[in-house]
Design a protein. Structure first.
Length: 334
């Protein structure tokens, strides 16, 4: 058997040293695609034993051509850029890192909330030009006693909750997949979606992008929110209908929004650009020096587990492992 080969579809990291150090434990070599196109990725991945991917699209056709691949490990939490069904059919397990940036995203969520409510960026932009006008930012309301609605209650919002409660906020959540006991233990009330958008002063989105969440925040939902409410999104851009959000802001149906993610990144021609009532950050909520090291390390550890015949910790499609075993040793020796 030759040296194990791990392809990297795309990278946003300064270097791949943390992943390389982990993969050295099994003597695996690392190859990075020159650019995140299907052709360039297949040049390094067609005969690879594993694939590491960040944002590049991994299609069914690409997966079919990676006949040696046993694992596609995502540098990230969501896996909407990988064709999971095709990977399962091919006996390729797909993994993610669901716990690498919970501190960073929960901190960023609160930072956006505070910047919105206290109108920090708007006030700063005027003060920098010599306009020392407190009257321009009124009214500003006290945080204590207000309601923060968390849409989704996974690891990140579970860490947002105690940070928000430290500011005196009441926290409620909507998540049909999380038991009531999990929310109750965190001091959070679990309610339905309609009630959450109706009563919340601030709504923060923390759901994965799925067919049922795409466009979840649309014109109809904005009509049901308080006109004084603020919307925060650190999850996935397509969960919010951006045109409908701009219209709602223009119509006074919402007070403002803060978005770390957009449907198109970087945005071009977005109706949310250049607005005083919208804060935009460039998909950076996950980032810290430490989180990137942790992300590379944990994704690479999943590759090591699978290529060593062990179970990965965070598989999306564990049935793919069974499928590969049933195909027998002939497949493993390809």
């Amino acid at each position: 058997m030759g040296q194990l080969m791990v392809a990297v579809a795309d990278s946003v990291f300064p270097n791949l040293d943390p992943a390389r150090a982990v993969l050295s434990k099994i003597g695996a070599a690392l190859r990075l695609a020159e650019k995140p196109t299907a052709e360039a990725i297949l040049q390094v991945a067609r005969d690879a034993d594993a694939l590491l991917v960040t944002y590049a699209k991994i299609t069914a056709d690409m997966i079919r051509q990676m006949q040696h691949c046993r694992i596609i490990a995502r540098f990230g939490i969501g896996v909407d850029n990988v064709d999971i069904a095709a990977a399962t059919d091919a006996g390729v397990v797909v993994t993610r890192v669901p716990d690498y940036c919970i501190d960073e995203v929960s901190d960023h969520t609160l930072a956006l909330l505070l910047a919105l409510v206290r109108k920090i960026l708007f006030a700063n932009s005027r003060a920098r030009t010599g306009r020392w006008e407190m009257s321009a930012v009124v009214p500003i309301h006290r945080l204590r006693g207000r309601i923060l609605g968390l849409v989704g209650f996974g690891r990140i919002p579970q860490l947002v909750a105690p940070k928000a409660r430290a500011f005196g906020l009441k926290v409620v959540t909507y998540d049909p997949y999380v038991p009531h006991g999990v929310a109750t233990a965190a001091g959070v009330e679990k309610i339905d979606f309609a009630e959450l958008v109706r009563i919340s002063d601030y709504v923060s989105i923390h759901t994965p992008l799925m067919p049922e969440t795409q466009g979840l925040f649309n014109a109809e939902v904005f009509l049901r929110m308080k006109p004084t409410a603020y919307l925060i999104n650190t999850a996935r851009g397509p969960i919010v209908d951006e045109a409908a959000l701009a219209h709602a802001l223009d119509a006074g149906q919402l007070a403002g929004a803060a978005l770390d993610v957009l449907s198109q990144e970087p945005p071009t021609g977005s109706p949310l650009l250049g607005r005083d009532d919208v804060i935009l950050t460039p998909h950076m909520s996950f980032y810290s020096v430490e989180s990137l090291v942790e992300l590379q390390t944990k994704a690479a550890e999943e590759v090591v587990r699978v290529l060593s015949g062990q179970m990965p910790r965070n598989p999306i499609n564990p049935e793919a492992l069974k499928s590969r075993r049933e195909r027998g040793p002939a497949m493993e020796s390809n």
